[in-house]
Design a protein around this ligand. Sequence first.
Ligand code: SAM
Length: 255
Amino acid sequence: MSKPQNRTPSGWDPLATWYDGWVGATGSEHHRRFAIPCLLRLMALQADEHVLDIGAGQGVLAPYVTATGARYTGVEISPRLLELARKRHRRHGRFIRGDARYLHRLPELRAASFDAVAFLFSIQDMNPLDAVLRSAAWALRDGGRLAILMTHPCFRVPRQSGWGHDPGRKLQFRRIDRYLNPLTAPMKTYGKGRKGVSITFHRPLSHYVNGLAACGLAVDALEEITTPEAGETRAEQRANAEIPLFIGLRARKIL
Ligand SMILES: C[S@@+](CC[C@H](N)C(=O)[O-])C[C@H]1O[C@@H](n2cnc3c(N)ncnc32)[C@H](O)[C@@H]1O
């Protein structure tokens, strides 16, 4: 499980239609309720600023960015998601096919030309992290902001964490079986008889903070996101209010 599965096809292209159906025009419930609002708070966009959305998917962030008066460019590696992004959100900005690790190779992009860079539920699908962060830093102007919204690596380790119930203390607890060592995990399996999966990369929080610092990006804000109203029992609601399953993080490019 912790080794990349070289022989299994992976990536988001065969999942594009399913994903687009789940996200829709305005985002999944997670997108709408906390992920996009948190990312927008962290980016604190000014009118006419230019945002680069890395791993844009079907472009869900685009209309929210343009609603602030900022401009939007999305980069996405999956041709089918890119096509869906253009179909849904073309009027909100441009969408470019590209690999997050090699943004400097894209003729459409210029170094240090973006005021903000966003990773919305995308950075954990990208590897290696240092190449992705270096590439994002290349695109960002001095003083620009990089914002990441992702599942909380401390409390949500794919296939190595989950909820437990302690009947004696009448509480729900979070169990973490692995944390510090990076791991690669298959997530969503392709449907309709096709072989393959999307892959996610777990890394401890220190890899993000230190990886950003190595690229001249200093973390200056962090939000840990809970969903207190979720859950049917009081024990579930208490646990959901206490354990953040999502995290938003902002770093600034320093000279
Ligand atoms: C979970 S989806 C999130 C998409 C979108 N940001 C959203 O919130 O709906 C992760 C996205 O990252 C993209 N991705 C993964 N690796 C990439 C890479 N190296 N370069 C560009 N995009 C990549 C995938 O194709 C996929 O669209």
